[in-house]
Design a protein around this ligand. Structure first.
Ligand SMILES: [Zn+2]
Length: 112
């Protein structure tokens, strides 16, 4: 597996480490994870996510639609990083552009 260090939206560097991953209360074992040494944000690479997916499916916890995302301030804009499972399911890597509009005070809709 190729390990690429890329910058985190916070300005820090994302590094690799092995760590015990507990997702939704399910112990998924020691997995490769990416973490930011500045903001402490943790990301799961695809290979680890597949393990987590399998474990959560076994526990009957996979497929919950609602996922937490983080908003990062980059200059005057905001960067959102979508969860990999959502990206994979909707094939978002193939999408070049879309439209975003607010629905009320605390809801955004993205169309693509
Ligand atoms: Zn960071």
């Amino acid at each position: 597996m190729k390990k690429i260090a890329y910058p985190c939206p916070c300005g820090g560097k994302v590094k690799w480490k092995k760590e015990r991953v507990v997702q939704d209360g399910v112990d998924c074992g020691i997995l490769d994870v990416e973490y930011c040494d500045k903001c402490g944000e943790l990301y799961l690479p695809d290979e680890s996510l597949q393990v987590v997916e399998k474990k959560l499916k076994q526990a009957g916890l996979w497929g919950v639609e609602r996922k937490e995302i983080k908003f990062w301030k980059t200059g005057n804009s905001i960067t959102i990083r979508f969860p990999v499972e959502l990206v994979n399911r909707l094939n978002l890597t193939e999408v070049k552009k879309g439209y975003v509009y607010p629905e009320g005070e605390h809801k955004l809709t993205i169309e693509f």
